[in-house]
Design a binder for this molecule. Structure first.
Ligand SMILES: [Zn+2]
Ligand SMILES: [Zn+2]
Length: 317
């Protein structure tokens, strides 16, 4: 009889999935099953990602408007473990589907040639540091995604009249990120490869682009020898300029330090010698001229233009 009682109890026990509908486990922000649910101090539950996107705009609960300033400041979003356990027990198939959806989204966001995120702000160059202050909600989202996908990379383009951004840009790699208490962040980045924009797009408020990476045309034989001597003479000119107290503005050398060393193989990198980019970034040049130098895939043309600029700057007034 004891067995029978136990069996009866089991039969009367309603199944969790019958008590709950899938709609009970839906995030009110994305109207999908919770993914990595977190619960705010006011007791409301959202997907972590959905809540973060709301907090990018204002530090209050999207449902009850209670201030979440302190919650944001603490910066730790602990998962609502019980809810995760319930979802796994009651709706394992739906949960697996939701995870797969997230995985697919992450894969799409990780693509570094199609629909890459574009930050429209400043000229940046291969190998050159580019510190950024992130405060706009759309860029907070962009940077967070770069961190979450693990690419830690995004494209940087300058604004261009008539287009949303220029046809050429530089990949930036996040070296360090300091998250401030109010959700803004200070991001230390360094320039990676140059690219050309093939197609413009949008994603969740920020610009995106399909791109192709630029590569300097390689030369050999006599042409290479000529290029090497042009490189050598331009570097010497750069040294003369940089070490010339009267012409190189003092604040420039204080701010940027010494001219970088030249490289052994001038064609080793797809972007050519780094010192050229460094110099182009610190010289007082118009961004449209910088962009012209930037978009050329001829090292010879770049060096020739640099010589012209340096000679003009070395000219006594
Ligand atoms: Zn959600
Ligand atoms: Zn709330």
């Amino acid at each position: 009889p004891a067995d029978e009682v136990e069996q009866a109890a089991e039969c009367n026990q309603p199944f969790l999935g019958e008590l709950l509908g899938a709609a009970d486990l839906e995030c009110s922000l994305c109207i999908r099953m919770f993914f990595e649910p977190v619960t705010t101090p006011c007791g409301h539950t959202f997907c972590k990602e959905c809540l973060e996107r709301c907090l990018d705009h204002r530090p209050s609960c999207p449902l009850c408007k209670q201030s979440l300033r302190e919650y944001l400041k603490a910066g730790s979003y602990s998962p609502t473990v019980l809810l995760q356990d319930i979802m796994l027990a009651a709706f394992p198939a739906q949960l697996a589907e939701r995870r797969e959806l997230h995985r697919a989204e992450m894969a799409e966001l990780s693509n570094l040639t199609k629909n890459i995120p574009i930050f429209v702000c400043t000229m940046s160059f291969p190998g050159v540091a580019c510190p950024l202050h992130i405060f706009e909600p759309r860029y907070r989202l962009m940077i967070r995604r770069c961190q979450e996908t693990g690419t830690r990379r995004f494209g940087m383009c300058i604004y261009e009249n008539g287009k949303s951004f220029a046809d050429y840009g530089c990949m930036l790699e996040i070296r360090q990120l300091e998250l401030l208490a109010d959700g803004r962040s200070l991001v230390d980045t360094v320039g990676g490869r140059r690219f050309r924009v093939l197609r413009r797009g949008h994603r969740d408020g920020y610009n995106t682009a399909d791109i192709e990476y630029l590569e300097d045309k390689k030369v050999d034989g006599e042409e290479l020898q000529e290029l090497q001597s042009l490189h050598e003479s331009t570097y010497q000119l750069a040294q003369r300029f940089w070490e010339h107290e009267e012409v190189a503005p003092r604040h420039l050398s204080l701010q940027h330090g010494p001219l970088p060393e030249k490289e052994e193989d001038i064609q080793a990198s797809a972007d050519g010698p780094m010192w050229c980019w460094w110099l182009i970034s610190v010289l007082p040049l118009d961004p449209s001229f910088q962009l012209r130098l930037f978009s050329s895939t001829s090292l010879r043309a770049r060096l020739t233009q640099l010589q012209r600029v340096l000679l003009a700057l070395l000219q006594p007034p």
